[in-house]
Design a protein around this ligand. Structure first.
Ligand code: AMP
Ligand code: ZN
Length: 460
């Protein structure tokens, strides 16, 4: 089934296809800035991209190459290191570790390569050298290097940014040193009062300093995926200036199309405005887990709205997601064990919706329509396989993440076994007493014909 996805540059829905004769699909997703805990808004973007990755794996098995970077040097990371008086590498290692743990909890597949900006200074400097030699970049009076946007006639094609807006947005860094307010920094000269001990040798003729933010993605893409890639993604806020600037740098340096397809997903809102660290209106995954919600419910909520529309986050939506996951788990328990049979067509609507511009709410709707119409008693091994494939492409890890599958403490497990034995021996008084003990431990026991399942009781 061809995957069709909106292309933010072409401004139409287009099929995703590898462009190179080797058939490898080259996919780059701008990663997190590791200066603090990522919030669930950031994870909306990463979970959506995880579904794209899973769709690609299904469509081009063994041929997908997914790269997602870590921004580990910029104003925010340096600012945090200075505020804590700790080395930059220590700060970024801490938040990288948490990011990885959250990705695992949300069942996001690891990218094939996860390059760091600080590990690619040489590559960034090399690109800046080429841009200066070609006349696309110039050294400013303070030793910084800027990209000259008038040297790239196509500048603005992605964002269709009007000149007026350009002046406002690209001018945040040292307008005084630039030839034109729209020009943006490729290299930032060292400033002792801001940069602490963070500096590297710069491009030819420039001062020591650090790379501008945009050049890191251009350099890491060139190194790990090549000069032309098949798909480049990120949240909508990256469209301008970040991606516009990446296109300008890469195309001027390499002389070829940078990305064949662009995709931007919309923001998660909280109280009607974009969730962001600076506004303070955010939750981290850890905040929600501490309130008793499962990471899978968070994943479910993040996929419940169309990725190209804003989605307002509420705790109520998490409650609904927990119930939906319970229903999925019940269904999973009723359709028999996995067998390696080829999937039946009962959940094809899920794949059809995802292939149609990544319609995740449509996919969830198709999933439940199929489940509700289904008679589990008639389930075949092929239906089980179809269900597992639908779960896999949506990334729902029912055994590890759904409420029914939380790790059962050994003591609780022993109580449950004793109760099951008592029930089988028709000692109902003991069985009832043990049910009470389980409840005080926070667990409920759901009896089936041949076995039981333990579920944590909902917290009040
Ligand atoms: P950052 O760590 O700030 O570099 O952002 C990482 C990713 O999260 C980027 O792709 C952003 O576009 C995305 N992002 C930031 N805020 C939100 C939000 N409220 N909703 C969805 N994605 C977001
Ligand atoms: Zn980027």
């Amino acid at each position: 089934m061809a995957i069709r996805l909106y292309d933010s540059l072409a401004r139409e829905i287009r099929e995703l296809r590898p462009g190179d004769p080797d058939g490898v699909f080259r996919f780059y997703n701008c990663g997190p800035t590791v200066w603090a805990a990522a919030h669930i808004g950031n994870f909306r973007t990463f979970v959506i991209n995880d579904v794209i990755r899973r769709m690609l794996e299904l469509e081009f098995p063994g041929k997908v190459r997914h790269v997602r970077n870590l921004t580990d040097v910029d104003d925010r990371t340096i600012g945090q290191a200075r505020a804590e008086k700790r080395p930059l590498a220590e700060i970024t290692a801490r938040w990288t570790e948490l990011f990885h743990a959250d990705c695992v909890a949300l069942n996001c597949l690891a990218p094939h390569v996860e390059p760091r900006a600080t590990g690619h200074i040489r590559e960034q400097v090399d690109m800046i050298d080429v841009l200066m030699r070609k006349g696309n970049a110039y050294r400013a009076a303070d030793g910084s290097v800027y990209f000259r946007i008038t040297s790239f006639p196509n500048y603005g094609a992605l964002s269709r940014i009007r000149e007026r807006e350009l002046k406002v947005t690209n001018s945040v860094f040292d307008a005084d040193h630039k030839d034109d307010v729209g020009d943006f920094a490729l290299w930032k000269a060292y400033k002792p009062e801001e940069d602490g001990d963070v500096q590297w040798g710069g491009p030819e003729g420039a001062s020591a300093g650090r790379p501008g933010w945009h050049i890191e993605c251009s350099a890491m893409i060139k190194k790990h995926l090549g000069e032309t890639i098949d798909l480049h993604t990120g949240g909508v806020d990256l469209l301008f200036p970040h991606h516009e600037n990446e296109i300008a740098q890469s195309q001027c340096c390499n002389g070829v199309t940078f990305s064949r397809h662009w995709y931007h997903s919309e923001h998660l809102l909280s109280d009607g405005t974009t969730m962001s660290k600076s506004k303070g209106n955010y939750y981290t995954l850890g905040d929600l887990v501490a309130k008793g919600y499962s990471p899978m419910a968070v994943r479910y909520v993040l996929l419940s709205g169309h990725p190209r529309k804003q989605l307002n986050f509420t705790l109520d939506s998490l409650h609904a997601a927990e119930s939906a996951l319970k229903a999925l788990r019940r269904f999973s328990d009723s359709v028999g064990p996995p067998s390696g049979a080829p999937p039946s067509a009962i959940f094809d609507g899920v794949l059809a919706s995802l292939s149609d511009d990544l319609n995740t709410p449509g996919a969830l709707g198709a999933l439940f329509t199929a489940i509700n119409a289904f008679d589990a008693r008639a389930a075949t091994a092929a239906d089980r396989a179809a269900f597992d494939r639908a779960m896999a492409v949506l990334g729902f890890n029912l055994p590890a993440g759904a409420p029914g599958a939380a790790a059962v403490p050994e003591a609780v497990d022993m109580l449950a076994k004793r109760r099951w034995d008592a029930k089988k021996a028709k000692d109902f008084a003991t069985a009832d007493a043990l049910r009470g003990e389980l409840a005080s431990a926070g667990w409920s026991m759901l009896d089936g014909k041949d076995g039981y399942r333990l579920e944590p009781l909902k917290k009040a």
